[in-house]
Design a binder for this molecule. Sequence first.
Ligand SMILES: [Zn+2]
Length: 94
Amino acid sequence: MRGSPTNGAGGGGEPPLYQEVRKRFEQGTLTSPPKQVQVGRAIRRHTCVVCQRLIRPGQVQNDFRSDDGARASVHTLCLRAWVDVSRAQKAPER
Ligand SMILES: [Zn+2]
């Protein structure tokens, strides 16, 4: 019998992006992900709200409105990580 010494949460290797998203989620600098986004190609440069990197013109971006009505954009991969992390975290209700 062989056991592997990994003590991760399972799922096989978590990308660094997930760890970053979770950290920001726990710190409260990231709120719940939007329920609806508009997917399209960026025609101007935007800053991804999750990874803070640029979304360049021609890249796929996900547009949404935050709670205060401001428009924001996020990469597709970042959005997926954001949704996954928020589901796993189950923010405490109040
Ligand atoms: Zn991003």
